[in-house]
Design a protein around this ligand. Structure first.
Ligand code: UD1
Length: 467
């Protein structure tokens, strides 16, 4: 089903050569698609999948590198398109960014040297392709007293305002001008600590103002903060490099600033495992695998999804850093319907809402899916309906899924679309579960968040091709 807002940005391609890692920016490749042979409801996949570092943590550590007057190393970095976009933005400011092999086999290290930044203007085109670029505005403003950037882009999942960032900057003494669609922000006399209450718990808002506050003058108190593990891990790393953040992991952060002095200590940041990627594979395992072992993950960060899948009848064994899902063909009891309500961490993540809805098409009974974080995150539902799912879209926040349904490939001439990163994974799941062969367009959005998904699925026995 053709989306109304099909993005046109190009893809980054990674060479397979060893270090230094080379990246080529290609012009638009609108022919990158997945062709997926469906399993027709059989649970045939089997094997092990290693979880990569969390892109949503690595991106923030990359932004935080601007707070350092020297080299920062970030380990366990996923090779996803968003990471390359952030790296391009950093380079355009004058930082040196290099990929290195990690001593940790199969992972990569990023080296970022921000000692020679020459520009505080964030590139318009690059920033528009990724909302997380807005997080970079905080560290640039904190370090150089000014920043300019375009209204941010990113996954098209409803209204994504930046009012919380702007209010925070103003409270800390910055002046904001909007010139066309370019924000120009200045704090000529540096930024002052402030008492800031977030009206909404915002991941990016919390991270950004935290990164501003660590270099500001005096003490900042951030209240009603988001508590996602990615925020805490970056905060703990900053503390190990000389920041003074207390209350980490709670909704109130108290931050004592350095009065403009950048950090110089070079403690490497180790990216935490991607809980959203692990959750995505968990749902895939429940739907499509005889047995799936998910390794190098952090089950403690995934309680909401593990809990809900267990309630629905999925057999899940949780270890220290691994999860095993088994589907025993002898006692095939259908999964049960469960209700999903997305919530800030530690609640059910909005980023797993779409994959979970695909799961619910295969569960017995009626499930409601209530999206509390973003409006407009149900675009994939029409694709699922086209494949035979029984889904009622009640409004922009709620759908009802009745299962189980037999999913089939779309009628001749119709293709599936990745509407955003996670909805992209959801249609991959639907294609795998279904009967027939599906074509998925727009997979550059999937590449933004999942590293070489087709290769990892093939290793589990899936019939997936990139064409
Ligand atoms: C981050 C994640 C994204 C995830 C989301 C929620 C990254 C790169 N992305 O996005 O994958 O889906 O958290 O877990 O880490 N809001 C405002 N004003 C603002 C900022 C946000 O109203 O200034 C609203 C948003 O529209 C949304 C809510 O706050 O309704 C939460 O968004 P937020 O937590 O900020 O999401 P992101 O940081 O963009």
């Amino acid at each position: 089903m053709v989306p109304s807002n099909q993005p046109l940005w190009g893809l980054f391609y990674l060479s397979n050569s060893s270090q230094p890692f080379t990246i080529r920016r290609m012009i638009i490749k609108d022919y990158d698609k997945f062709i997926i042979g469906g399993l027709g409801g059989e649970k045939k996949l089997r094997g092990t999948v290693e979880i990569k570092g969390a892109k949503n943590a690595a991106l923030k550590a990359m932004a935080a590198a601007v707070l350092f007057d020297g080299l920062v190393t970030i380990d366990n970095v996923p090779e996803t398109k968003d990471i390359h976009t952030m790296s391009e933005i950093l380079k355009s400011l004058g930082t040196r960014v290099e990929w290195k092999e990690s001593t940790n086999k199969g992972t990569k290290v990023l080296e970022i040297d921000s000692s020679k930044i020459t520009s505080t203007d964030i590139d318009l085109e690059l920033a528009k392709s990724m909302r997380a670029s807005v997080v970079l505005t905080g560290p640039i403003l904190a370090r150089f007293g000014k920043v300019s950037f375009p209204a941010p882009g990113g996954c098209v999942i409803g209204e994504r305002p930046i009012d919380l960032f702007l209010e925070g900057y103003q409270k800390m003494g910055a002046k904001i001008n909007l010139d066309g669609d370019i924000y120009k922000i200045e704090a000529q006399n540096g930024l002052e600590g402030a008492d800031i209450f977030f009206d909404i718990q915002s991941v990016g808002g919390t991270e950004t103002l935290m990164m501003v506050a660590v270099l500001a003058k005096g003490t900042t108190i951030l209240k009603n903060c988001a508590t996602e593990p990615e925020i805490s891990s970056v905060a703990e790393w900053l503390n190990s490099c000389g920041a003074n953040i207390s209350g980490i992991g709670t909704t109130t952060l108290l931050i004592k600033g350095t009065d403009g002095k950048p950090f110089s200590s070079n403690n490497s940041y180790k990216t935490i495992p991607d809980r959203i990627e692990a959750g995505s594979f968990l749902i895939l395992g429940a739907l499509c695998a005889r047995e799936l072992q998910i390794t190098k993950c952090k089950p403690d960060h995934m309680e909401a999804v593990i809990n809900l899948l267990k309630k629905s009848g999925v057999s899940i064994k949780v270890g220290q850093e691994e999860i095993i899902i088994t589907n025993n063909s002898k006692d095939r009891v259908p999964f049960k319907a469960v209700n999903v309500r997305t919530h800030e961490y530690p609640g059910f993540p909005t980023d797993l809402q779409a994959p979970m809805a695909v799961f619910l098409t295969q569960a017995l009974g009626e499930s409601s899916v209530f999206e509390t974080i973003f409006e407009g995150r149900f675009k994939y539902a029409e694709d699922l309906i086209g494949m035979g799912a029984d889904i009622k879209i009640l409004n922009s926040r709620e759908i009802v899924v009745k299962g189980p349904s037999v999913l089939k490939q779309l009628p001749e001439g119709e293709d599936l679309y990745a509407h955003d990163i996670r909805a992209g994974f959801a249609v991959v799941l639907a294609a795998l579960v279904s009967k027939g062969t599906s074509k998925i367009n727009n997979i550059n959005l999937i590449d933004r968040g999942y590293q070489r998904l087709e290769e990892r699925l093939k290793l589990l026995g899936a019939d997936v091709r990139r064409v």
